[in-house]
Design a protein around this ligand. Structure first.
Ligand SMILES: [Zn+2]
Length: 395
């Protein structure tokens, strides 16, 4: 297959990591060194996809007929995408497949599941489904997260052992629930941390010792300092972070996944719980009111921001374009959105992007996404491991 047009590409670096272009074998690499290379740039030219790999054709392209034209990005990434959680709890294999296909057809070709209550590892044996990085199960305390989803640790001092167990079962990530409403406070109930700081310190160390990085669910302000001090790698939602915490996260290389689609729902969460738990309702409503300003400050802070939809449960799968549209709506430059949602996110997960000889995972758009991000919602073609799996019939 010949592609001609513009590609978000890097010419200068050899392909890192193991080969994954043989159809199956979508298991992520265990070596997840963080990329710190030069940024990719938009390059005009002609590329050949053969044997599942992509190569740039140099020299005169006259006479070569392109099978596909447009603007090509590396496969989009969704780092908070629960393949295995449905609208009413754990999802069976058929629903998991529908979710993975919806994600793929939206151009998401790499997923970190960010915690699921089921075994979705079969997805990794399917060459026609996105690359899946598993994070094990959410780890929470009893009555301190959505029912039926988490492993519940009765005695918080057992968190380090549980995180180590989840680390061994996953693909280099684990997920903890760091805060949730504590309903034992009656009308005074609010978001509260689940874990004491010393436990978090030991638990993060235990996960790191198993070679896993730690993602933490966190809505509130109060839980953030302990997470940063304990050395977590990634904060999910981060809606309560203030500017000092942004600065500290940036300085320590802690990523933040803002899940703006999910934050849009905070007023609904407040309405649902606000009668019995007015304090919690007020907290959620205030974060909802301030969400745009808060996200602007996050993107201006120097924190490495990751793309995540929180699909599964409240959000539909296949909604990455809507999440990224919200990034654009608060003023993030389209070129930066595209870089963060592809190259930079793939670097964080230890995945290759569009380099000479790299796995041909690409999303082809019919319009220049730097001019209009909304074109992401309608890919002309989605090419996974060198095979066109979705998109319209046009070239
Ligand atoms: Zn989630």
């Amino acid at each position: 297959m010949i592609f001609s047009g513009w590609m978000l590409w890097r010419d200068d670096v050899a392909v890192p990591g193991p080969a994954r272009a043989d159809g199956v074998g979508s298991r992520p690499p265990t070596d997840t060194t963080r990329g710190a290379a030069a940024p990719a740039t938009w390059v005009q030219g002609t590329w050949e996809v053969r044997g599942g790999r992509v190569e740039r054709l140099h020299g005169p392209a006259a006479g070569i007929r392109a099978d596909l034209t447009g603007w090509a990005l590396p496969g989009l990434v969704d780092v908070h995408c629960h393949i295995g959680i449905g609208s009413s709890g754990p999802a069976g294999p058929e629903e998991q497949e529908r979710q993975a296909v919806a994600d793929r057809d939206s151009g998401v070709l790499a997923v970190r599941d960010c915690g699921v209550p089921v075994d979705n590892s079969w997805v990794q044996d399917r060459g026609d489904l996105p690359l899946l990085v598993r994070a094990g199960r959410h780890v929470a305390r009893p009555r301190r997260y959505i029912r039926d989803l988490a492993v519940e640790v009765e005695d918080p001092r057992l968190l380090p052992a549980e995180l180590a167990r989840q680390a061994r079962a996953g693909d280099g990530w684990v997920k903890i629930v760091a805060d949730w409403i504590d309903r034992s406070g009656g009308a005074d109930s609010d978001l509260e941390p689940l874990w004491p700081r010393d436990v978090l310190v030991d638990a993060v160390a235990a996960a790191h010792a198993e070679g896993a990085r730690v993602a933490a669910h966190c809505f509130s302000h109060t839980a953030v300092d302990d997470l940063i001090e304990a050395g977590v790698d990634d904060i999910e939602h981060g809606t309560g972070m203030d500017d000092d915490q942004f600065a500290e996260a940036a300085a320590r290389g802690v990523t933040v996944t803002p899940t703006l689609l999910q934050v849009e729902l905070f007023a609904d969460f407040a309405d649902r719980a606000g009668h019995r738990y007015p304090r919690y309702g007020a907290t959620m409503r205030a974060m909802h009111r301030g969400r745009r300003d808060h996200a602007e400050r996050l993107f201006a802070s120097g924190v490495h921001v990751l793309p995540g939809t929180d699909s599964g449960g409240y959000q539909e799968h296949g909604t990455i374009a809507s999440e990224l549209a919200l990034w654009g709506a608060i003023g993030v430059e389209p070129a930066r959105v595209l870089d963060l949602a592809t190259w930079r996110a793939r670097d964080v997960l230890g995945l290759e992007s569009l380099l000479p000889g790299a796995c041909a995972d690409l999303v082809v758009l019919g319009e220049d996404p730097r001019q209009d991000l909304s074109t992401l919602a309608h890919p002309r073609a989605v090419v996974l491991r060198g095979v066109r799996v979705a998109g319209g019939a046009g070239r």
